[in-house]
Write a protein that binds this ligand. Structure first.
Ligand SMILES: [Ca+2]
Ligand SMILES: [Ca+2]
Length: 213
């Protein structure tokens, strides 16, 4: 009876002051310890995952064959950019029909009205000449498939140097084929230059020059 009363007294006396702080502290008391120990490992995993997610694209970007610059890759020689990767450029044998024709002095002569087959390889430039007389309208058509490679076309007046002079006509579309047209103001051999929209572009093509009165 004595102990029962003492227990009752202690329970009654301690319940208020002891439970109140526990109840009040319960949310923090229970969450804090759990959050603490768990937060470490979980937080570490999350941080590691987030960090990996941030690092992974950089680590695999450009496939180890180029340098990532914000939203594009500058790929090493022999590779071309596809999104944020660098893939090997397809083999492209020299075009024996027209090469070498990388310089104006080595340009391949075109016969007016005759289609000539060619192939532009990565980093290549293909130059052709076609003679026209003042007053004639010179038209050059470059036929190719954009899906194979994005080629562009430029035309220079006789005696011009494509390294320093401006073209008198350019065709730089983003779909199949290109065409330039110009009414000649002088007689002579006009220079036609086939390039890629980007250095890695390569594609087979047919080039045809025609003259109109
Ligand atoms: Ca060439
Ligand atoms: Ca083009």
């Amino acid at each position: 009876m004595k102990y029962a009363l003492l227990f009752a007294a202690l329970s009654a006396g301690c319940a208020g002051p002891m439970l109140a702080p526990l109840d009040a502290a319960a949310p923090d008391a229970w969450l804090a310890p759990d959050a603490g120990p768990d937060a470490g490992p979980d937080g570490g995993i999350d941080v590691t995952t987030d960090a990996a997610a941030d690092v992974a694209p950089d680590a695999v970007a450009c496939s180890g064959h180029g340098v990532l610059h914000n939203d594009h890759c500058d790929c090493d020689a022999g590779f071309r950019a596809v999104g944020l990767t660098c893939v090997p450029i397809d083999a492209c044998p020299d075009d024996d029909r027209n090469e070498p024709n990388d310089r104006a002095t080595d340009a391949t002569g075109l016969v007016v009205g005759e289609a000539r087959a060619g192939r532009r390889c990565a980093t290549d430039v293909d130059m052709f000449t076609v003679r026209a007389s003042a007053g004639q309208r010179l038209v050059v058509d470059l036929a190719f498939r954009q899906a194979e490679g994005d080629l562009d076309l430029a035309l220079y007046e006789p005696g011009r140097d494509p390294r320093v002079d401006r073209a008198i006509a350019r065709s730089e579309s983003a779909d199949d084929d290109e065409q330039v047209a110009h009414r000649a103001r002088v007689d002579g051999a006009f220079l036609v230059v086939v390039t890629g929209a980007e250095s890695a572009a390569q594609a087979a093509y047919t080039i045809t020059a025609t003259l109109q009165p």
